[in-house]
Design a binder for this molecule. Structure first.
Ligand SMILES: [Zn+2]
Length: 382
């Protein structure tokens, strides 16, 4: 204002116009910043997020998310995110990634070859963001609707040349003091073919509270924040959401609250909607709808926590798109047809949604490896 008054007195109209224009541009830039940044963190500063929740919809591209608007005509948790970006999902040896290389890129910041778990493209193990968070005293967890040793969760906690070595992967899980594991795959821990080790005994010896689907309902178990907690939801793969698998949203809510209590230094949690991918591999639109609803409910639970908490960065993304899904032949009854062009993965970029401290880092187009870098930056890891 001082500048403007000064200008009125001493400068010609042309100069004045420039000052006014600059003030308008400055004002509108600030306006854009406050629209894209969800919290009080308006600058691109690092080290502001105490907690990170990374939600991965396996195989979830833009068309899969768009099914909310074409089918249900309803709002979803996705609508709440103020910052959006896109990630390029290619692996080190293929434009079309698999889940192992896609998850490794996000967990370790390294492009690797399809099939590799927690290794770089030369086969060297890479430290994952979960392992680093654990070393820094944060609590850590994985919650999935596949087996817990499946490619996506495995890449955050194991280092293995092949994603199918489930028993090796389960063995690697013993090397990190992870606080929370919820998912299927119990048989790879207590009925191992490669050795006689009962890894559930190993977990209990290390003072973990271990429960499973055979004699407990996850929603009735109240985990003590004094102990690490494991719940096996199936011997191998859990059921699809359409067959009454309902634990993910509950586990998401319980998980963030549990991990917050486990450490004063914050937490890292990865939650996967694992079976979005399987529905699209099978080209089954009805299965996809169930998995998307389930994953969306988990997102809402995490957002509710993050809004209250104020120190939690929430990221929702995918490892790749599956099925080459198209939403076509729209009509005046607001209906579309689902057209899958593949029963495999595709090379399409996938969206990234971010909320909370550090969210602004996730705007733009970048490689999947940048997800790792941006999470570290938001957490203040150097
Ligand atoms: Zn995948």
């Amino acid at each position: 204002m001082e500048l403007l008054r000064h200008g009125l007195k001493h400068h010609n109209v042309k100069y004045l116009t420039w000052i006014v224009l600059l003030l308008i541009i400055g004002g509108s830039t600030n306006g854009m910043m406050s629209q894209t940044a969800p919290t009080s963190t308006l600058t691109f500063s690092s080290g502001t997020a105490k907690n990170v929740v990374l939600l991965i919809g396996d195989g979830m591209g833009l068309a899969q998310i768009s099914t909310f608007y074409t089918d249900k005509k309803q709002w979803s948790g996705f609508d709440e995110f103020p910052v959006l970006g896109f990630q390029k999902t290619y692996s080190s040896n293929n434009l079309v990634t698999d889940s192992a290389a896609g998850a490794t890129a996000m967990a370790c910041g390294k492009k690797t070859y399809n099939n590799a778990i927690g290794l770089d493209s030369t086969g060297t193990p890479c430290i994952t963001i979960l392992e680093e968070a654990e070393k820094k005293g944060k609590s850590t967890g994985l919650i999935v609707t596949s087996s817990i040793v499946h490619a996506t969760p495995a890449a955050f906690l194991a280092h293995c040349s092949s994603r199918n070595q489930y028993e090796d992967i389960a063995g690697d899980f013993m090397k990190t003091d992870v606080d929370l594991l919820i998912g299927g795959g119990m048989q790879y821990f207590d009925r191992r073919k490669m050795d006689n080790h009962d890894l559930i005994d190993t977990l209990k010896e290390r003072d973990y509270a271990v429960f499973d689907f055979r004699n407990q309902n996850l929603q009735k178990v109240v985990p003590s924040p004094k102990k690490n907690f494991v719940f096996f939801t199936a011997d191998n793969q859990p059921l699809p959401a359409s067959q009454d698998r309902t634990y993910l949203p509950y586990a998401a809510k319980m998980g963030v609250n549990f991990l917050k209590q486990r450490s004063e230094k914050g937490f890292f949690l990865m939650i996967e909607g694992s079976q979005i991918d399987w529905a699209c591999h099978a080209n089954r639109a009805n299965l996809l709808a169930g998995e998307m609803q389930d994953f969306d409910s988990a997102i809402r639970q995490v957002l509710e926590f993050a809004k209250r908490d104020g120190e939690t960065l929430v990221i929702v993304t995918a490892d790749h798109e599956t099925g080459g899904l198209g939403l076509i032949h729209g009509n005046n009854k607001n209906q579309v047809e689902y057209a899958f062009t593949s029963n495999g993965h595709t090379a399409a970029m996938v969206p990234v949604f971010a909320y909370g401290p550090g969210a602004e880092l996730f705007s733009g187009i970048y490689d999947n490896t940048a997800i790792y870098q941006k999470m570290r930056q938001a957490l203040g890891f150097n």
